[in-house]
Design a protein around this ligand. Structure first.
Ligand code: SF4
Length: 213
C-alpha cells in the first residue's frame, strides 16, 4: 500500500517502518517494535519496558524531574527501552511520546490538514487571552522564533503563517515546510499555535495597551 492510499495512522506507521522512516523527534524506532531515545542507540544498559503505557511516564518529566508541558520539546529523557511487541503497541507508545503526530501526518498526506494562521488563532481567543489579539506582526515573529525553534524550543515543523500569506520570518525554511524532510524521518507537524505560545504572547500584548495618563 502507498502512503497516499493509507487509511489509518497505524497503517501509515507500518509503511513508515517498512520504508525505513525510523526516526521521529528524539525517538529511534525499530522494526522489531522497539523505541528508544536516539542518543541511546547502541547502549545495552537501558531500562526495558514491555507495556506501551510506560511511555506516558517517560514523556512526563525531563532528566531533572521537571514536568514537560510540551511533549515535542527537545528534552526527552534517556535511559529507557520500550519493547512493545506489536504495531498497535508502538502506535500507542508514540501517542504518549508525541501526541497526534501520526494523525497530523496522515492529514497532511491526504491534503486535509488545513493549517490555521497565528492571527486567526489569536483572533479567536477569549477571556484573559483575548488581549493577545493586540500582538503586532513583528512581536509575533520574534515570539515564534524564540518559542518554536528546534534549539531548545520545539521539534515540530510549523505549517502555518503569521497572517494569511505572511510566513514566519524568524525560523529557517526547513522548519516551515516538509519539502526537505529526510527520508528516514516521520514528521512532527504543528498545525496551529499551541496554548503555551498563546500564553507567552499575553504579557507582550499587554505592553501594547495605551498608557494611562
Ligand atoms: S506553536 Fe507549535 S511549533 Fe511552536 S511550540 Fe507550540 S507546538 Fe511547538
Amino acid at each position: 500500500m502507498s502512503m497516499e492510499a493509507t487509511k489509518s495512522p497505524r497503517d501509515l506507521l507500518e509503511i513508515a517502518l517498512e520504508s525505513g522512516r525510523l526516526h521521529i523527534g528524539e525517538v529511534a524506532l525499530g522494526r522489531d517494535f522497539t523505541l528508544r531515545h536516539v542518543a541511546d542507540v547502541g547502549r545495552d544498559d537501558l531500562i526495558r519496558h514491555f507495556d506501551p503505557v510506560a511511555a506516558r511516564e517517560i514523556a512526563r518529566y525531563d532528566a531533572e524531574g521537571k514536568f514537560r508541558p510540551l511533549k515535542t520539546a527537545p528534552n526527552l529523557k534517556r535511559g529507557w527501552l520500550l519493547d512493545v511487541g506489536s504495531i498497535e503497541g508502538m502506535e500507542l507508545a508514540l501517542e504518549f511520546l508525541y501526541p497526534s503526530a501520526l494523525g497530523l501526518w496522515l492529514s497532511w498526506i491526504k491534503g486535509t490538514l488545513h493549517p490555521t494562521s497565528m492571527r486567526e488563532t489569536l483572533n479567536r481567543q477569549s477571556g484573559m487571552y483575548r488581549i493577545t489579539q493586540l500582538l503586532t506582526v513583528g512581536q509575533a515573529g520574534e515570539l515564534v522564533g524564540r518559542c518554536c525553534t528546534s534549539e531548545g524550543g520545539c521539534l515540530r515543523t510549523l505549517l502555518w503563517d503569521l497572517e494569511p500569506g505572511v510566513p514566519v520570518p524568524s525560523l529557517p525554511s526547513e522548519k516551515l515546510s516538509l519539502d526537505a524532510l529526510p527520508s528516514d524521518r516521520i514528521p512532527l507537524i504543528c498545525r496551529e499555535l499551541c496554548n503555551l505560545v498563546v500564553a507567552a504572547a499575553r504579557p507582550i500584548a499587554r505592553g501594547n495597551l495605551p498608557k494611562k495618563e
